[in-house]
Design a protein around this ligand. Structure first.
Ligand code: PMP
Length: 433
């Protein structure tokens, strides 16, 4: 392992991060279980890419079968991409009736920005003040949540996304809504005054990077309305929240009662096979299409389309979205139970099979209580020591992040929750010594 790590540093360099101080090396995986090089098995409570389960036989077979039959450049006619586009569009609401295929979430968001810029004739962009949407040049200057040397573009306005379970817990919801939307108004006014205009707002419906913020009811709809009034488009980034992750709906934006102008997707779409897309209306595409030769060598190739179709088929056949919803109620109750024993953890956050909670240095609500990244990290490490993999997110890295493949079974959710109980007890005991 030490040798492999050394070779990785020598070839890829030391800057692409690995999880854990002592990284794990995996050699195979199945459904929600990962097997390490030393033979140990780990429960995957973190990974949203193998959405329907690691190495799902249906997806593996679809990829292998199509790769062994035909894989071509997207400029030849083939039925796979059309079949898949029809299936995907059936999950989206009107007026979203066209798809452009890409290969990643970054590519999708970059293209969505380009379409929004051309539509509005403006460049101004609203973005959450702690978010991540990808690695292209246009997105690097809009990155607020992770290191990006470029710094924010002059045309970018970060807005603070409220959180009724953490920073805004002590304020009435109506007041939080009003002040948060006033901040949106101010950001729009600032873009207009600076001459940038408003091209778009780009947001993740689950506010994942931010820390699974619970926003006031009407916040996202209010945000969308203001951006549209200013001439901009609404871009819903479904890379994290899409494909039934939240259980309540197939798409995260549906939970907020809105239909974005552009929906971007990636990560779980091909269960690990690289594929992404932008969904939009025919009217928007007809505006963009004639002025731009959009050509993507791999986007929507037959193998990618076969992988994407297999994911949709498995989701439907195995009822995985419904399972995410039914599993979530139990998880929420279990997490609330843990709060009784450990009052220093915040309320259960997230939706469906993307859940977590804030971790504090003392009981929530006690004077002086602040988020505790050290404790959060210790919990993640204690879980790993018990062979369960989770992670952490948020502005101060103090929100636990659990996001298993939707294929997780109730008994395995039980393992996750029990291991969490043991890990919390261990970390609490340690902090007393
Ligand atoms: N949007 C969101 C919300 C993401 O979480 C990510 C990746 N973590 C991206 C976009 C970028 O996707 P990709 O890495 O496939 O380019």
């Amino acid at each position: 392992m030490a040798d492999l790590l050394e070779r990785r540093y020598k070839t890829l360099g030391p800057y692409s991060p690995l999880f854990y101080a002592q990284p794990l090396e995996f050699v195979r995986a199945e459904r929600v279980w990962l097997t390490a090089a030393d033979g140990q098995r780990y429960l995957d409570g973190y990974n949203n890419v193998p959405h329907v389960g690691h190495a799902h036989p249906r997806v593996v077979e679809a990829i292998a079968q199509q790769a062994g039959t035909l894989n071509i450049h997207t400029r030849y006619l083939n039925h796979r991409v059309v079949d898949y586009a029809e299936s995907l569009l059936a999950t989206l609401d009107a007026p979203l009736d066209r798809i452009i295929f890409t290969n990643s979430g970054s590519e999708s968001n970059d293209l969505a920005l380009r379409i929004a810029n051309q539509h509005s004739g403006a460049r101004g962009l609203l973005i959450s003040d702690f978010s991540y949407h990808g690695h292209t040049q246009a997105l690097a200057v809009a990155t607020t949540g992770l290191v990006a040397h470029e710094g924010l573009g002059a045309h970018v306005r970060p807005i603070r996304v409220p959180d009724l379970d953490a920073a805004d817990a002590s304020r009435p919801e109506a007041e939080v809504l009003a002040s948060s939307l006033a901040e949106v108004d101010a950001a729009i006014a600032s873009l207009q005054e600076a001459g940038h205009g408003v091209a778009a707002v780009l947001f993740d419906s689950l506010f994942s990077t931010e820390g699974l913020n619970r926003v006031p009811s009407g916040y996202v709809a209010g945000l969308a309305k203001r951006v549209r009034t200013a001439g901009g488009l609404v871009i819903g980034d479904e890379v994290q929240s899409g494909f039934g992750r939240t259980g309540r709906s197939f798409w995260g934006h549906q939970n907020h009662g809105i239909v974005p102008d552009l929906v971007t997707m990636g990560k779980p779409m091909g269960n690990g096979h690289p594929i992404g897309a932008v969904a939009l209306s025919a009217a928007l595409l007809d505006e963009f299409g004639p002025r731009n030769m959009y050509f993507n060598t791999f986007g929507g190739n037959p193998v990618s389309a076969a992988a994407g179709q297999a994911v949709l088929d498995v989701l439907a056949e195995e009822g995985l979205v419904e399972r995410a919803a039914s599993g979530a109620a139990g998880i929420r109750a279990a997490l609330e139970g843990l709060r009784r024993d450990h009052p220093w953890i915040g309320p259960a956050k997230g939706e469906g099979l993307f859940f977590g909670f804030d971790v504090y240095d003392r009981p929530v609500g006690e004077a002086g209580a602040v988020p505790d990244p050290g404790r959060t990290k210790a919990i993640v490490e204690a879980m790993r020591a018990r062979n369960v993999l989770i992670s952490r997110i948020g502005r101060t890295d103090s929100v636990l992040k659990m996001r298993p493949p939707l294929a997780i079974e109730p008994g395995e959710v039980g393992i996750l929750v029990e291991t969490l109980a043991d890990s919390l007890a261990e970390v609490e005991a340690l902090s007393r010594t």
